[in-house]
Write a protein that binds this ligand. Structure first.
Ligand code: MCA
Ligand code: AMP
Length: 502
């Protein structure tokens, strides 16, 4: 029996001394060396007594070793659970407990905080730091460099990715081997990735964009990546002449445009710039083309679905649209009230179906049933429209969501924390325009009768509870929140009031 994800992403490169990662110190990690590292990590898992299907929760800085943990999970049949490095202990506790992870890998600096959680949950804790030090690789280095790949089926779970929810409780999206593999294969064809591609990789690898889109596509194509530990303009400018492609959130493109060194000549070797995770302004599109001669290719995806649509590689990349449904993906626009398909051109909720659509939310059958229909269509929560030529546009959201610098932030999660603060009666969290991040978070508070909330103390408490990127950049106290006749807070009014942004 085979293991489709491992075989097609990783195993295909066995014994190849071809470049996989170009590291910033000038060294190159070959496919063969990378696979040896993954095999050693697989042995660490099995030596711990782990068996296929167990979850490996990973909160570490970006490193080649972290991608090797992903490869090792695929090879040994474990479920990879990457976590944003910004998550606080409070947030992590939930992910570890909910997922039932039996192995947790964290940076040494987080060990004192995470150790008691791991002990309470009976999970093993190993460490891994940005430069590959820590107990995981210490153990791995003593292991054999080959591993007998565990047999897996296409519908076996490969990864669990948590996405915050409108109810405030994060949901683990269960992604099967085939969810990841089918999408990566489609994208390689769609975007014409080959072994000659060198992807400038600046994205984090704990989300779909940086891992399943960027890394999986490169792995299947047999190309390589210039591996940046984080987004850094100096590094980007230095290495771009050696790269052929870039995947980024819109903030990358607006930041590049602000740098005068970024011009046609610097981008001369590039064949493709891809944007996603948040809306790309038509203005950015136009400025980018004027500066470089390249048209950014915008695509649309979700944690639950990987990629759904893409502008064409050959053909018109239309600003303000996310292109066409990918091969094998069905997309329809429906009436949110009754689920019926709307006539062409009308605005409604976007639903998608295909091999890319996830298996449901981990241990949340009711939530799954609310969003994933029995016929396989997933209700994305995005509002869209399809034009006469088939281009899909996202015109809004049917879910209360803020996207800041490509990170999703669910206001409900922040409101629950704010509502708990001394002197606060209730709160509303909204996104306001932000020049760099697209949107930024602000919190509107209503005080309890006769009380004055201590804003500084609240900011401090919020800092303990929520990752930095979710924290409101400003808290404003008002007399009362605007409500409609049904008593629902009218966030549109709040957004209009504070729209001038931060
Ligand atoms: C950093 N900060 C942020 C964000 N990033 N605050 C809000 N939103 C953010 N996205 C905070 C920092 O903690 C810091 O806080 C301050 O803002 C300034 O940080 P700065 O140095 O400017 O930030 P940076 O390190 O340069 O990071 C910005 C970034 C990064 C490069 C845009 O956020 C990023 O890489 N975003 C990509 C996210 C991504 O991969 N999304 C894909 C999700 P302080 O005030 O304390 O200094 S997957 C997905 O969405 C789907 C599937 C899809 O379609 O792809
Ligand atoms: P996440 O849940 O973090 O995977 O984020 C998925 C959400 O990001 C989608 O439901 C959209 O709201 C948004 N998104 C992704 N790509 C785009 C895009 N190209 N334009 C607008 N929104 C996008």
């Amino acid at each position: 029996m085979t293991n489709p994800l491992y075989d097609q992403l990783f195993g295909r490169h066995a014994g190849q001394a071809t470049p996989f990662l170009h590291l910033l110190d000038g060294t190159v990690l070959t496919h063969a060396d990378f696979l040896a590292m993954a095999a050693q990590i697989s042995h660490v898992f099995t030596d711990l007594g782990m068996t296929p299907g167990e979850r490996v929760a990973v909160q570490v800085d970006k490193s080649p070793e972290c991608i090797a943990i992903y490869a090792a999970c695929a090879q040994s049949g474990m479920v990879f659970l990457p976590l944003n490095t910004g998550y606080t202990a409070n947030e992590l506790q939930y992910f570890f407990a909910d997922s039932g992870a039996t192995l947790i890998v964290c940076a040494s600096r987080s060990e004192p905080q995470i150790q008691p959680m791991a002990e309470a949950l009976n999970a093993t804790l190993l460490t891994l730091n940005g430069h590959g030090t820590g107990s995981l690789m210490e153990r791995a280095s003593a292991q054999p460099t080959t591993f007998l790949t565990a047999p897996r089926r296409a519908d076996d779970l490969a990864a669990l990715l948590y996405t915050s929810g409108t109810t405030g409780r994060s949901k683990g999206a269960m992604l099967s081997q085939d969810n990841l593999l089918s999408n990566a294969r489609t994208l390689v064809d769609e975007w014409q990735f080959t072994a000659d591609d060198v992807l400038l990789h600046a994205l984090p690898i704990f989300h779909t964009h940086g891992l399943f889109v960027a890394a999986n596509v490169t792995l299947i194509a047999g190309g390589s990546m210039i591996f940046m530990p984080s987004f850094d303009m100096e590094v980007m400018i230095k290495w771009m002449p050696k790269a052929s492609s870039l995947m980024g959130v819109p903030t990358y493109y607006t930041r590049l445009l602000q740098d005068a060194r970024f011009n046609k000549q610097l981008a001369a070797h590039m064949r493709l710039f891809i944007s996603g995770s948040a809306p790309l302004l038509a203005e950015t599109h136009a400025q980018f083309q004027e500066r470089t001669g390249h048209r950014i290719l915008e695509r649309y995806g979700m944690t639950e679905t990987n990629m759904n649509t893409s502008n064409p590689y050959i053909g018109e990349r239309r600003a303000g649209t996310v292109g066409f449904p990918l091969k094998g993906v069905e997309l329809k626009i429906t009436n949110a009230d009754n689920g019926e398909t709307l006539p062409q051109g009308e605005i409604g909720q976007i639903e998608v179906r295909g091999p890319n659509v996830f298996q449901g939310y981990w241990k949340m059958p009711e939530k799954t049933a609310e969003e994933l229909r029995a016929d396989g269509f997933f209700i994305t929560g995005d509002l869209g429209q399809v034009d006469t030529e088939g281009y899909v546009s996202i015109v809004g959201r049917n879910k209360d969501l803020i996207i800041s610098g490509g990170y999703n932030i669910y206001p409900k999660e922040i409101e629950l924390v704010l509502d708990d603060q001394p002197g606060v009666l209730e709160s509303a969290v909204i996104g306001v325009p932000h020049a760099d991040f697209g949107e930024s978070v602000i919190g509107i508070l209503v005080a309890q009768a006769g009380q004055t909330p201590d804003i500084e103390a609240i900011m401090h408490n919020v800092g303990d509870a929520l990752a930095r990127f979710k924290q409101p950049r400003q808290l404003i106290v008002v007399e009362e929140l605007p409500r409609n006749t049904m008593g629902k807070v009218q966030k549109n009014i709040l957004r209009d009031t504070y729209a001038k942004g931060l």
